[in-house]
Design a protein around this ligand. Sequence first.
Ligand code: PEP
Ligand code: MN
Length: 348
Amino acid sequence: MILVFRPGSTKKEIHHAEQHLKELGFEPHTLYGVERTVIAAIGDDRVTTKEHLETIPGVEQVLPILAPYKLASKELRPETSVFEIGGPGPEVKPSKHKIAIGGKTIPVIAGPCSVEGRKELMEVAQAVKEAGATALRAGAFKPRTSPYQFQGLAEEGLEYLAEAREKTGLPIITEVLTPGDVPLVAKYADCLQIGTRNMQNFMLLRACGEVQTPVLLKRGMSATLEEYLLAAEYILTGGNRRVLLCERGIRTFETYVRNTFALAVIPALKEKTHLPVLADPSHGTGVRSLVPAMTKASIACGADGILIEVHPNPEKAKTDGQQTLSVKEFAKLMKELKPVAEAVGRAM
Ligand code: PEP
Ligand code: MN
């Protein structure tokens, strides 16, 4: 059930409602909006009635949540949530490196697929910053198809990312592969990434729900929208509210592209959830020449943010070079994105 409070309801009323819901056996999740506060009461609706919940002081309306994903559902919050990355969460140290995702301005999260070395990372971090990127993303823990491929620099890579953040002011996003690594990666990163192969790693989702670092959850390459939103729900229900979704392409019969970039998923997700929806045209196509056009298409169809792989010398990249833009190509694309964003009422 969703309890919608009257505008101007007091903290005391909200607190009282939360206590009452707990007594009834519900788990209350409170969302403070600009105009209104709502509480999602998660639990067995049969223990009470809509009429009873409507008598709680401050409550204006009680609505059922029909979607199976309760906290991710748009029924809970009709407008897109705006999340700070790198800003102070309850457990996160206040930081000067913060950006907002979900608002009018579209952030561009750029960087090499992997952290390859200290010097290499500092160079590319500076370059993407100069080209206008809003955050730096690179993997220190890499999920690789073959165990003989480069697996990432692990904690050493996280240290380089933290140094790059200090040097450039860009918040950092990096992947976490196992539940056991979540505290370590969260110690360094401003945002955790869960990759496509781990979208239904339920232990990892739960572990990411227990920290307050935002999570960028990529869609599994064969996941339905409902499975995807239920995966997000695992993180949300653990108490971590800041979940960002990201379409990165799905597996189809087509071999011309590495993945089929399912662009329609972006507006479809936006119809179903208040969580910000990002697009990753690099993995979405797997083909460098297609990345600029698909980045523009992503913005045109409503993406709240973009993820792009950039490397000073893509041919020499240790991972994903074939889909990675050079710094020059990235800088050119950044200039071309502004009018596209403006055409759909957004800003860069
Ligand atoms: C990545 O972002 O480099 C990555 C491994 O992504 P995905 O999980 O989408 O394949
Ligand atoms: Mn990659």
